[in-house]
Design a protein around this ligand. Structure first.
Ligand code: PMP
Length: 407
């Protein structure tokens, strides 16, 4: 099955897995969405204007002068031991008590997703993923020719009864399910959070079916109204691989994330990392380590929360005031995203060019499913634009939807 363009002269030489490599819809959209006259509710870029760049700059200069011979050298593929110890302190905020020896530092959590898929998935193996799911994870699963089976979620996150039914059906069909991929907190793209009771149920179901859980948690510390929830990993360390990231709590440009995995899996991940990158950047690992050791990082996360909460409020208030009847949306308690459902009959993908013409961009829901669902949905991000721009963006979007309804 070749999905390459006709103009690619190398088509017959690629490996079979390269057939699944097609650019995401989101990437194509970003080019137009980044024009200054367009209000982009599409991108999920963290807003790092709240970071004290002069402090970070001094820290990086100092690091080079004082520790440059180490910080600019090769290092181990598992990652800096002191950083791994600090990472364990960060995870303790969500009730996770991991050993630094079970942590591997990765190039963002995206690299952890890639390596986990690489070590577990043979073509045709089943990965369970929420419907909808994070587009970057779906891309990785496609790359390794996994068969993604979606399990629906609602306002309280992944639905345990649906998970149980899906697993039982797949077992009857003799299918091999390797893991469940879930973003339990302030999910990308739906903005919903898995409730406490469901956490226990989902762990029990997965343990009973011997299905690993991949808990992807980049937004867990970005809750607006309550303390961080207890991670899935905290209650079943032998069956959960936890992924974390400094992309949203510090800055994505450092590309520092991590995986905390059962010991044997961690060992495989280190081998996979050696093959992919030899080792992570010592410099950015030292930078994050230094930042955690010397800067008020929890205070910084608090200022991120305050900024994002204000933007979430701006978005929810204007949706409430302006959206036509028949539209519904989620009310995130943290993170970056609102998931909007259009009235019956409307199509977010077909509407996208008309929205761009009206100078507002969003991500059509179809990108967040492996199976073509999602036409009635869209992801709206409030993380990046100023509150006034968010209000203006929602106003334009409401106008576009009104006109669609009259068509
Ligand atoms: N998982 C989820 C759910 C995300 O939203 C993102 C970033 N958009 C990532 C993983 C990857 O982030 P990073 O590689 O920067 O840690």
């Amino acid at each position: 099955m070749h999905q390459h363009t006709r103009t690619d002269p190398y088509t017959d030489r690629y490996a079979a897995r390269a057939a699944g490599m097609v650019p995401s819809e989101i990437r194509a959209l970003f080019a137009v969405a980044s024009r200054p006259e367009v209000v982009s509710l599409a991108g999920g870029m963290p807003n790092i204007t709240a970071l004290p760049l002069d402090v970070v700059g001094d820290m990086l200069g100092e690091l080079t002068r004082r520790r440059g011979t180490e910080a600019l050298q090769y290092a181990s593929a598992q990652g800096d031991p002191e950083l791994r110890a600090r990472i364990c302190e960060v995870m303790a905020l969500e009730g996770v008590h991991g050993s630094p020896d079970d942590v591997i530092v990765t190039v963002g959590s995206q690299q952890a997703l890639d390596m986990i898929t690489r070590i577990f998935i043979d073509p045709g193996d089943v990965v369970l993923a929420e419907a909808p799911s994070y587009v970057g994870a779906l891309g990785t699963f496609a790359m390794y020719q996994a068969d993604v089976v979606h399990v629906p979620l609602d306002e309280d996150g992944l639905i345990p009864a649906a998970l149980r039914e899906t697993l039982e059906r797949l077992r009857k069909e003799g299918r091999r399910v390797k893991f469940l991929y879930t973003v339990p907190n302030f999910q990308n793209p739906a903005g919903v959070t898995l409730s406490e009771t469901r956490r226990a149920e989902i762990l029990a179901i997965c343990a009973a079916h011997q299905v690993l859980v991949v808990e992807d948690n980049p937004y867990g510390l970005l809750g607006f109204d309550r303390e961080p929830m207890r991670a899935l990993r905290a209650d079943d360390p032998d069956n959960v691989i936890y992924l974390g990231s400094f992309s949203k709590t510090f800055a994505p440009g450092f590309r520092v994330g991590w995986a905390l995995a059962p010991h044997a899996i961690r060992a495989k991940l280190v081998l996979a990392a050696e093959s992919a990158i030899l080792c992570h950047s010592s410099f950015t690992q030292f930078a994050v380590r230094e930042y955690l050791a010397t800067q008020p990082w929890q205070q910084q996360i608090k200022s991120f929360r305050v900024m994002y909460a204000e933007r979430r409020d701006a978005m929810l208030e204007s949706l409430e005031a302006l959206m036509p009847d028949g539209c519904t949306w989620t009310r995130p308690g943290g993170g970056f995203f609102v998931w909007l459902t259009l009235p019956e009959g409307l199509d977010s993908k077909a509407m996208a060019p008309r929205a761009i013409a009206e100078r507002v961009a969003y991500v059509p829901g179809t990108g967040f499913y492996a199976d073509g669902q999602g036409r009635r949905h869209m992801r709206l991000s409030y993380c990046y634009p100023e509150p006034d721009r968010i209000r203006e963006g929602v106003r334009r979007l409401a106008g576009v939807i009104e006109r669609e309804l009259q068509m």
